[in-house]
Design a protein around this ligand. Structure first.
Ligand code: FRU
Length: 665
């Protein structure tokens, strides 16, 4: 062999050796004029990579360099695939940037080994690309192809992708899909760790919240057949501490009257309904049979029905004279039954969409008014109309009596609809009379259809909401509940306000605490809120602004910005009131050592408490006088930082408690 060729070969093999052992290999950065040796099908990818935002698209950000894959070519209606040549998996992690649509299997990046999809991930319905990492350790040494898919023509029918790199280190916590498997269940990448989720399938409203025999019962709207809404049943879980849940058999399945929509449950302590068979009182559930939502109930209307259990909720019988309330109007649903001791009867607030013949819509049809009717009963079976609350209230009424200022100023009744907005007023057993205009309870983007435990032996009233609308791409489950909060009322200048505060049981999940009072005054700059990365945390931050214009908390890649001029926190595009508060506002941190210092709130400070789980953050401002719930898809390493902008913070302190998973028991 001539020496020239030999040295060239030597050089080439050295190069390939270098490549194979380099800590990182760039697979594609889409900076060129075309897709090189990648294969294109369809019309969504065009001839080559896009240069940023395409016509009529909201600004695309987060890509590297000038080029990226952007299938918004000619809008969402175009489709196609882009597939790489075979790549040798000589490094464990594949990282890339991804954005765009969130439809599983339809707007996604797939990794194929032997033509089988072994990893897949979607965007999360935004135009900002973020890093995602696949752990391909199981396929080391094998050959793989990367496939980018756009198979959706409607809204969010596009995908954004850039910068594929194989490397030995994970750029973000690896994203992986897991089959349902009892060993790994509850450990999936997007599985909330201290919020309730169904083992698998779609979940929405909490139903039938009741406490009996030492167990909290949480029933929930559940689709056992899929991860989207439909086939409604009542799922069932029990807990002894409202943290660790044990999912049981379904309580209610669809029947000829319809699928099983939302409702409530009571313990019939005095056996008023006569359903009790043994020594223990019966649990009685009230639900809406949603007629015409299944082939078996075709043409049937919505009605209100009853079911009972004589074995602590393990098995249920539907009442043979159902329905207990025939159809009353459009979509009447969500009965919430409770015992009213002063009038010695049961009360049922019920949502109904009432036709108003005095107001016609554009098509000349009567408009629908969403109202709440009150019914009463002494035996749970016969119900009498009592009153109508005529203000706009949509779905899932909740109604509880709460003490004001710890009971020192008596109590009031609070009525809410699914949005959580509420009225405070009085109730005489039949009629609710609001005493102040409606107020807002949750200022975030993901809170809906909350229901309360209102018959607890310790007299607390505990609310559980559904964190509606979160995204859990690739997961066997969909949607999560909010963390349980204790409700109370506090007097303010504009009447009693609802206070929400995470139940103190949360301390059972604390594993470590870090408390720090920052240097005074704390200058503009950024501070990491923990020595290590904390994925699950209960974080309290208190500050007195001084000359600072804004305080930004970056929690797991989510920005919460408190603005001094407006006295509000902006996060996820929403504003939460967070004015400088008096130390007497709301609840104060009740944890004693070792879980926190015994400190009094400062005067005229801002107090923010965040419950940070893998896919949600709940914020409680000034002791729970305002609350906000948010869901997110984690795509960054779990760091939390605090930044001060525009001046000094006069004082600042934080307590960060790390939490353990509630599923590991
Ligand atoms: C609220 C709701 C209820 C209904 C249920 C059906 O989220 O629409 O009104 O009973 O969901 O799943």
């Amino acid at each position: 062999m001539p020496p020239r060729i030999r040295s060239r070969l030597l050089f080439a093999s050295l190069l390939s050796l270098l490549r194979a052992t380099a800590a990182e290999v760039l697979i594609a950065d889409f900076e060129g004029p075309d897709y090189g040796n990648w294969t294109v099908t369809g019309n969504a990818f065009g001839k080559g990579p896009a240069r940023g935002t395409l016509p009529e698209q909201a600004p695309v950000t987060g890509f590297r360099g000038q080029g990226l894959v952007n299938t918004y070519l000619n809008g969402d209606k175009t489709t196609g695939t882009l597939t790489s040549p075979e790549i040798e998996l000589n490094h464990r992690y594949l990282s890339f940037l991804i954005g765009g649509g969130a439809e599983e299997g339809k707007t996604c990046v797939n990794v194929l080994v032997e033509d089988k999809v072994v990893r897949t991930a979607t965007g999360r319905e935004d135009e900002t690309l973020s890093t995602l990492t696949f752990d391909l350790g199981d396929y080391a040494g094998k050959k793989a192809r990367i496939q980018i898919v756009d198979d959706v023509t409607g809204g969010w029918g596009h995908i954004l992708v850039d910068h594929f790199v194989l490397s030995d280190t994970a750029a973000t916590p690896p994203f992986f899909q897991q089959p349902i498997n009892t060993e790994t269940l509850y450990e999936e990448s997007y599985r909330p760790q201290f919020h309730f989720t169904a083992q698998k399938g779609w979940l929405n409203d909490p139903n039938g919240l009741a406490f009996f025999g030492g167990e909290y019962h949480l029933f929930f709207q559940h689709n056992p057949k899929g991860t989207q809404w439909g086939n409604m049943t009542w799922g069932h879980a029990v807990s002894t501490n409202l943290l660790e849940w044990n999912q049981l058999e379904h309580a209610l399945h669809p029947d000829a009257f319809g699928t099983m929509f939302s409702g409530s449950a009571v313990v019939d302590w005095k056996n008023t309904g006569g359903f009790q068979t043994g020594k223990e009182p019966a649990l009685v559930a009230f639900y809406t049979a949603a007629g015409d939502t299944s082939p078996e109930s075709k043409g049937k209307p919505f009605t209100q029905c009853l079911a009972y259990s004589n074995d602590r909720g393990r098995t249920w019988k539907k009442y043979d004279k159902n329905p207990i309330l025939g159809n009353l109007g459009e979509g009447d649903r969500d009965p919430k039954v409770f015992w009213h001791e002063p009038s010695h009867h049961w009360v049922m607030p019920l949502y109904i969409g009432e036709k108003d013949p005095s107001k016609l819509n554009k098509e000349g049809k009567p408009v629908t008014r969403n109202v709440c009717l009150f019914y009463t009963s002494t035996d749970l079976k016969q119900w009498t109309f009592a009153s109508k609350f005529g203000e706009e209230l949509f779905e899932c009424p909740g109604f509880v009596e709460l003490p004001i200022d710890g009971g020192t100023r008596g109590s009031k009744w609070v009525l809410w609809g699914a949005s959580g907005d509420y009225w405070v007023g009085r109730f005489d057993g039949k009629v609710f009379t609001p005493e102040a205009p409606k107020k807002k309870a949750d200022f975030g983007s993901n809170f809906y259809a909350a229901q309360a435990f209102d018959d607890l032996p310790d007299h607390r009233v505990i609310l559980v909401g559904w964190l509606q609308g979160g995204k859990y791409p690739g997961m066997p489950f969909n949607q999560q509940m909010g963390f349980p909060v204790e409700l109370s009322l506090q007097s303010t200048a504009d009447g009693p306000r609802l206070i929400k505060w995470p139940i103190s049981e949360i301390r059972q999940l604390f594993t470590s605490v870090q408390h720090e009072e920052l240097k005074q005054p704390f200058p503009a700059g950024t501070q990491t809120l923990s020595g290590t990365n904390r994925e699950l945390a209960d974080l309290e931050v208190e500050f007195i602004p001084g000359s600072a214009k804004s305080v930004v908390l970056d929690l797991r890649g989510n920005r919460f910005e408190w603005n001094a001029a407006s006295g509000e926190v902006t996060a996820f595009g929403r504003k939460v009131p967070a004015p400088l508060g008096s130390r007497a506002l709301g609840r104060r941190s009740e944890f004693r050592r070792p879980w926190g210092p015994d400190y009094e709130p400062w005067e005229r400070s801002v107090r923010l408490r965040f419950l940070i789980d893998r896919t949600s953050i709940e914020l409680f401002v000034n002791g729970g006088t305002a609350a906000a719930s948010y869901c997110f898809v984690p795509r960054t390493l779990p760091t939390n930082t605090l930044s001060v902008e525009g001046g000094d913070l006069a004082r600042c302190r934080f307590t960060l408690r790390e939490l353990k998973s509630a599923w590991k028991y």
